[in-house]
Design a protein around this ligand. Structure first.
Ligand SMILES: Cc1ncc(C[n+]2csc(CCOP(=O)(O)OP(=O)(O)O)c2C)c(N)n1
Ligand SMILES: [Mg+2]
Length: 356
């Protein structure tokens, strides 16, 4: 894993003084919500309460929060199989999300989508997607539609280092450039695609450099620092909107957990580890996005430590309540399970604008 992310509490400390307390607290709360949501999802999965697998976002919280807070309300995002963090950062209802990953009727998508297919058009969340790279053309298509309608919406398409090598991602970058679409291609380089390291599988020195070949700007940034992500994505979004052109942002980050919730059960991996010893602990020590932000806020004296403790307690209660709601809610009745899954016979084409 070739990332070069520095230890960062001191850098953060020098950045925080430029911000209002309200925005800093919102960033902290959202990152903490993602962290606690994912810990709870992991526990629920281990307890057999979640059908299917969950792909945890632990360690990457600053990317989702810094990015989503840099967007306007009617901008849109497209997400991945590791999408809980993106959907939470965009402000989706936490009870409904927890119920969705549990496959329950009051879920965000009535339990029909589950962890890898959450959608909330009212918040501009155009979908998580289990097919690697597949939401990238969806976002470009939605932005093409928006552009034809004369809107100035920007679309952010999250995708991974593994997805960066998919043909459809390259085709979409080419088309977005040809059609001058304001799409920010937001690559979360978390070091691995399942068990394959980016050192092995990604050609060239950086994913961001690939933008040059398609004629739009690209940059690699520190994905562990929420303020850096916020500032850099804000600049990319503004440029995409004003110039009506794509932008590629590569965030260097690290996935803390296994690729998916079942990985710890793969005993053969113990003899064939795909990560260097101590890698995750090393990152948690000096580059953890939540802990370093908390330390910097307290050390710079911008947000009182008691206030941060209160936020932690509020988030813990919120997540406990969501888990209880999810576990106690009902599954969809079997005879109604196909509702919203299969199109009606008289289904006719509707443009994306219908949903906004
Ligand atoms: C088209 C496609 N190929 C393969 C898979 C199996 N698969 C699921 S996730 C994944 C790795 C994706 O890696 P990356 O894009 O880096 O995302 P990350 O898991 O690191 O968030 C693969 C190969 C798939 N779901 N879809
Ligand atoms: Mg990856």
């Amino acid at each position: 894993m070739s990332h070069n992310v520095p230890a960062q509490t001191e850098t953060l400390q020098s950045q925080v003084s430029d911000y209002e307390e309200g925005l800093l607290l919102e960033m902290y709360r959202r990152m903490q919500e993602i962290r606690e949501f994912e810990r709870k999802a992991s526990d629920l999965s281990d307890a057999g309460e979640l059908p299917g697998a969950v792909h945890l976002y632990l360690g990457q919280e600053a990317v989702a929060v810094g990015t989503c807070l840099a967007l306007a309300d009617d901008d849109i995002i497209g997400s991945t199989h590791r999408g809980h963090g993106h959907v939470l950062a965009r402000g989706a209802d936490i009870d409904a999300m927890m119920a969705e990953i549990a496959g329950k009727e009051p879920g965000l998508n009535r339990g029909r989508g589950g962890s890898m297919h959450m959608v909330d058009f009212s918040l501009g969340i155009y979908g998580c997607n289990a097919i690697v790279g597949a939401s990238v053309p969806h976002v470009a298509g939605a932005i093409l539609s928006s552009k034809l309608d004369g809107d100035d919406r920007v679309g952010v398409s999250f995708f991974g280092d593994g997805a960066s090598n998919e043909g459809v991602v390259h085709e979409t970058m080419n088309m977005a450039s040809v059609w001058d679409l304001p799409v920010v291609f937001l690559c979360e380089n978390n070091g691995y695609a399942v068990s394959t390291s980016d050192d092995y599988a990604v050609a060239g020195d950086s994913i961001a450099d690939r933008a040059d070949g398609y004629g739009f700007p690209g940059k690699t940034i520190n994905g562990q620092n929420v303020l850096t992500v916020y500032e850099e994505v804000q600049e990319a979004v503004e440029q995409a909107r004003e110039a009506s052109q794509p932008y590629l942002v590569e965030c260097e980050t690290l996935r803390y957990s296994g690729h998916f919730s079942g990985e710890k059960a793969l005993s053969w991996l113990e003899d064939r580890p795909y990560r260097p010893d101590g890698e995750v602990d090393d990152w948690k020590e000096a580059r953890d996005p939540v802990a370093t932000f908390r330390e910097a806020l307290a050390a710079a004296d911008v947000v009182a430590e008691e206030r941060l403790d209160e936020v932690d307690a509020e988030v813990a209660d919120e997540i406990d309540a969501a888990a209880e709601f999810a576990v106690e809610s009902e599954y969809p009745p079997a005879e109604r399970a196909p509702e919203d899954v299969y199109a009606d016979q008289d289904y006719s084409y509707t443009p994306a604008t219908k949903y906004r």
